[in-house]
Design a protein around this ligand. Structure first.
Ligand code: CDP
Ligand code: CDP
Length: 226
């Protein structure tokens, strides 16, 4: 079977990373969470008090950022590293979620992220999830999946996830953040979130993780045989 590139794009919290990770495990492919890269860059910008309107500061900050994914034997998953520091947990916090869409909209940041992501796909055999993976990063990908889920379901899913780590979080806060990011991500100038014309849509509002995997695996195998 030939090695392919699989992209998953869509709004926040519809289960893209979950499905991408499942697919990569089944197919023995590399899984890349492109959102983690933008989150790590954002963490660096927050720590260094980078002004997003100051292009020189943005460029300097990016020249100081080194991103890598490293396998964590305790979880069996890859963790995001920022300049050799494991930031996997820190980048999921609300302070980063509040700023990430603003940072990810910058032209310099997009060029930085897209170039590294394209490099990761050179040998194919990769599943990458994000917002612009099927449109900008890998426009020739063999399988493009646009994942959707009912907005209320998405808020509930993300709330459950965050509440386990921080019981002070409210459902209103999560809802506001998702709505804000979905709006900014869809309306930015560079690489806005769009469904690629040749993407297949997977609405998983009423699907279990096992069910969504079976559907996507079927699509992937058809492309791998073709
Ligand atoms: O929290 P969630 O899983 O929805 O988001 P994420 O995949 O971790 O991505 C965080 C943010 O990074 C998004 O809201 C976008 O602003 C940005 N992002 C992007 O611009 N392009 C991508 N390919 C992936 C993420
Ligand atoms: O990557 P994205 O932001 O699209 O979503 P995710 O982080 O993969 O999934 C958000 C939450 O939804 C996670 O807690 C998943 O376990 C959960 N989920 C689910 O309950 N049912 C699905 N069919 C898919 C995801």
């Amino acid at each position: 079977m030939k090695k392919i590139i699989i992209t998953l794009d869509g709004f926040s919290s519809c289960g893209k990373s979950t499905l991408a990770r499942q697919l990569a495990k089944e197919l023995n492919y590399v899984f890349i969470d492109s959102g983690a890269m933008y989150r790590a860059i954002t963490l660096y910008f927050i720590r260094e008090h980078i002004d997003c309107n100051n292009t020189e500061q943005v460029k300097r900050a990016l020249s100081e950022v080194n991103l890598s994914f490293e396998y964590n034997p305790l979880t069996g998953q890859s963790d995001m590293y920022l300049n050799d520091e494991n930031v996997e947990l820190l980048i999921r916090e609300m302070v980063v979620s509040e700023r990430v869409s603003e940072v990810a909209a910058l032209k310099e940041v997009r060029e930085f992220g897209v170039a590294q992501q394209q490099q990761m796909g050179i040998k194919k055999g990769i599943v990458m999830d994000g917002r612009d993976i099927g449109t900008t990063v890998f426009p020739d990908a063999e399988l493009k999946i646009f994942v959707t889920a009912d907005p209320a379901v998405r808020v509930e899913r993300r709330f459950k996830e965050l509440y386990e780590k921080n019981p002070a979080i409210t459902i209103e806060e999560v809802k506001r953040n998702l709505e804000m990011r979905d709006y900014v991500d869809s309306n930015r100038e560079f690489s806005p979130l769009r469904q690629a014309a040749d993407a297949v849509v997977l609405d998983n509002s009423d699907l279990t993780k096992a069910e969504q995997l079976q559907i996507a695996l079927q699509w992937a195998r058809e492309k791998m045989l073709g």
